[in-house]
Design a protein around this ligand. Structure first.
Ligand code: 13P
Ligand code: SF4
Length: 301
């Protein structure tokens, strides 16, 4: 069985498998740790494994490699990409900084190492408000997710300058999608990810990162939930809460990059030690400053 082979290879390589909450079920099932972007970065930073197989998308594996220069970080499938991270380059961010010389840059972790290297501090969906409010500065260029930027702007007195990026999987969840499910499931609580549009966020009972949703559902007295996020998270929510019911706000909210890692790809990755995340040392060191600064702030949810 592929699961047995993975176990064998993990021991041979002294490897751990980290999987994001949007990964396919069988990948989540063999992971040593499942989590959101912040949780996975924290886990990578603390791990004493020699090899980290990162089952997520490119920027997540890159963050692990930035934080763990002494470890080998492997991304099983090179096509595991985040389209939002591709919506900003270091060059375009430098041009934006020139337009706002007094502003500091907060960058969502869904960015390349080069963009992180141009930023003052990173954030994730689990700590964006806390990160922004931790700064002494009043003017903030917030990249690349405009929806997250608008959500943060509504919870701070600081001036937020948003970038025009977005997550296709979350941005195209419509208000009408949520209202249609709610009409049939009137008792359900609505949980949404902050990458959703403001008019969708407005309908929600709670705005949470993916780990925030996992934690909230366990504590909540509600029995039914409408989930405004990538549909992969429903696997974990259902598995860990068999007595509760979960409905996706939209079945179309699927992130293709999150679905390419398979058990086969993990076996190949560990057998051939592929694909190693490698970057120029100066970029790694500069981007690490922004990530380390974020890790000191901790979680919001
Ligand atoms: P989380 O950090 O909340 O898991 O979100 C990551 C992501 O890519 C959401 O689309
Ligand atoms: Fe990127 Fe959206 Fe996919 Fe997350 S769900 S990895 S933000 S495209």
């Amino acid at each position: 069985m592929l699961q047995d082979r993975i176990k064998e290879l993990k021991e041979e390589r002294n490897a751990i498998i980290l999987a994001h909450n949007y990964q396919i079920g069988e990948v989540q099932d063999i992971a040593d740790y499942k989590g959101d972007s912040l949780g996975l970065s924290q886990k990578a930073a603390k791990s004493d494994a020699d090899v980290i197989v990162f089952c997520g998308v490119d920027f997540m594996a890159e963050s692990a490699a930035i934080l763990c220069p002494d470890k080998t970080v492997l991304l099983p499938e090179l096509s595991a990409k985040c389209p939002m991270a591709a919506m900003i380059t270091a060059e375009s961010l430098r041009a934006e900084k020139e337009k706002h010389p007094d502003a500091v840059v907060v960058c969502y972790v869904n960015t390349t190492a080069e963009v992180k290297a141009e930023s003052d501090i990173c954030c994730t969906s689990a700590n964006a408000i806390k990160v922004v409010n931790s700064l002494d500065d009043n003017e903030i260029i917030f990249v690349p997710d405009k929806n997250l930027a608008l959500y943060v702007a509504a919870h701070t007195d600081k001036k937020i300058i948003p970038w025009e990026g977005y997550c296709p999987s979350h941005h195209f969840i419509q208000r009408s999608d949520v209202l249609t499910v709610k009409a049939r499931r009137s008792e359900a609580e609505i949980l949404v990810h902050p990458e959703c549009k403001p008019e969708v966020i407005e309908l929600s009972d709670k705005v949470l990162s993916t780990d925030g949703m996992i934690k909230y559902v366990k504590k909540s007295k509600a029995k039914e939930f409408i989930i405004g996020s990538e549909t992969g998270i429903l696997y974990r929510l259902r598995k860990e809460n068999p007595d509760k019911r979960f409905y996706p706000a939209s079945d179309r909210a699927v992130c293709p990059g999150m679905k390419v890692n398979t058990l086969d790809a993990i076996v190949k990755s560990l057998e051939n030690m592929e694909h190693k995340i490698i970057m120029p040392e100066d970029i790694r060191v500069r981007s690490k400053q922004a990530l380390d600064r974020m890790l000191k702030v901790g979680r919001d949810d």
